[in-house]
Design a protein around this ligand. Structure first.
Ligand code: FES
Ligand SMILES: [Fe+2]
Length: 458
């Protein structure tokens, strides 16, 4: 692994400097640095606007990558089905036994009607057109007028499958039956998340919304902290934005580590005091009154220690677990991982934010963004049922979702950019996007991997 520091760096403490001052030992994975060393060639604007490029993605990318389809808890019972759709492809992600999940292409083998219109519980898959019916194991169970299909054998009538595997309580599919296994694809991710065990969490929040921009425009707005200065200036007093850390691992994983309860280097030589930073964090949380008691308990503590302790206690009260050894970084910071091509789980402890971006059907200029929160299953209690999906209407801001306190309003600021970015990419005179060498290295990493998939025909 390349452990050299980036070619240039922001003024102010590095993310590793903040970890040095943590009140607890931090997980080893956060101590790593894996900066990219890429050339700085521009990105073509057409990658976000061209229907031909989108069609290449539909043909060469999506059918060959491991992609998160749902949580295991979304389909807890045998016969539970999650319909997963991507660029016009549709899969029935089905629990066929208590410990087995399979994914069938959601297409009738007769004349091609989609078999199931919606997620739900099924005893069999019965096509609504002529009644061909399949068992949960994908074998044909009933075929009206079987005498008229003597030309079809069992293998012609067995539902084609995709690969299925699980990690972290998520179900992944890959339509490429020759693709290497998920564990290989995920690279360092399972090792990094071994301390955060997303499989022991439940989906407490799930909100989705259509966005009028290419799926990559939306995703890339969440891959760097560089935009905080212009898009979220109200949090400059509490986030170390320009001195965040960016790492790339192999083809499919990258991450951004940004310290909260730490000031932006943009605030220059007169950064806020530790008192002001702590107050800013508590105002953001909606609990400014908590500061006095915290300060009385730890008069000398800096903002990260103070607010980390607040979160440590609040989490322990909420779920009965022991957070006494959990670092401030895991309780405070944005530890944002991306798994190529479109899945972004946050590390750290509750709530773990998860993002996913998908094209909206086969529309180059529209996508769907989803936000989930994973929370620890309360100690000694059964796993709570997963949150139902809350679809926001086109005119409903993220802040209108009561289950997204703080984050909803911040995402709405990101949303303001997206249609304007899409329009600007169409209008571009030079047809280029120029990326920062370091702070936008994850975006370049994404495009390099995308190019690898697009370079070869299936
Ligand atoms: S199309 Fe499905 S049974 Fe005819
Ligand atoms: Fe943002």
């Amino acid at each position: 692994m390349n452990t050299a520091p980036p070619r240039a760096g922001s003024p102010g403490p590095s993310y590793q400097d903040y970890l040095d001052r943590d009140s607890r030992e931090v997980p080893a994975c956060l101590r790593e640095r894996a900066p990219a060393d890429f050339d700085d060639t521009p990105i073509e604007a057409a990658r976000y606007t061209s229907q031909a490029f989108f069609d290449q993605e539909a043909e060469r990318l999506w059918p060959r990558v491991w992609q998160m389809a749902c949580r295991e808890e979304d389909i807890p019972e045998v016969g539970d089905v999650h319909v997963y759709e991507i660029v016009g492809r549709s899969l029935l992600v089905t629990r066929t036994a208590p410990d087995r999940i399979r994914a069938y292409h959601n297409v009738c083998l007769h004349r091609g009607r989609k078999l199931c219109d919606a997620s739900g519980h099924y005893r069999q898959f019965r096509c609504g057109f002529h009644g061909f019916t399949w068992d949960l194991d994908g074998r044909i169970a009933r075929l009206p007028c079987r005498w008229d299909f003597a030309h079809l054998g069992d293998e012609d009538l067995t539902l084609p499958e995709a690969q299925v595997d699980t990690w972290g309580g998520f179900v992944f599919i890959n339509m490429d039956l020759e693709a290497p296994p998920l564990a290989h694809y995920l690279g360092v991710l399972p090792a990094h998340f071994s301390v955060w065990r997303l499989e022991d969490r439940y989906k407490a929040v799930h909100v989705a919304k259509r966005i009028p921009c290419n799926w990559k425009v939306a995703q890339e707005a969440f891959m760097e902290s560089f935009h905080v200065i212009a898009t979220h200036p109200q949090i400059l007093g509490v986030i170390a934005d320009a001195n965040a850390q960016y790492d790339v691992y192999g083809d499919h994983v990258n991450r951004n580590l940004s310290a909260f309860a730490a000031p932006s280097p943009h605030l220059g030589r007169t950064p806020p005091s530790e008192e002001e930073i702590a107050r800013g964090m508590l105002e953001m949380y909606g609990h400014p009154e908590a500061l006095d008691a915290l300060r009385r308990a730890a008069p000398e503590a800096d903002a990260r220690t103070l607010v980390g302790e607040l979160n440590r206690r609040a989490l322990g009260r909420a779920d009965g677990r022991d957070y006494s050894q959990v670092s401030d970084a895991e309780l405070l910071d944005a530890l944002v991982y991306n798994v190529f091509p479109n899945f972004s789980p946050w590390g750290g402890v509750a709530p773990n934010i998860v993002y996913r971006w998908r094209p909206d059907g086969r529309e180059v200029n529209a996508c769907v963004m989803e936000v989930m929160f994973l929370r620890p299953v309360p100690s000694g209690r059964p796993r709570p049922a997963p949150a139902a999906l809350h679809w926001l209407g086109d005119d409903e801001p993220w802040a209108s979702a009561p289950e997204l306190p703080i984050l909803g309003a911040v995402i709405d600021q990101d949303m303001d950019n997206m249609p304007a970015v899409q329009a600007g990419l169409v209008a571009s005179a030079n047809g280029r996007v120029q990326l920062a060498s370091y702070q936008e290295s994850r975006i370049r990493h994404f495009h390099r991997t995308l190019d690898r998939y697009l370079a070869t025909a299936p």
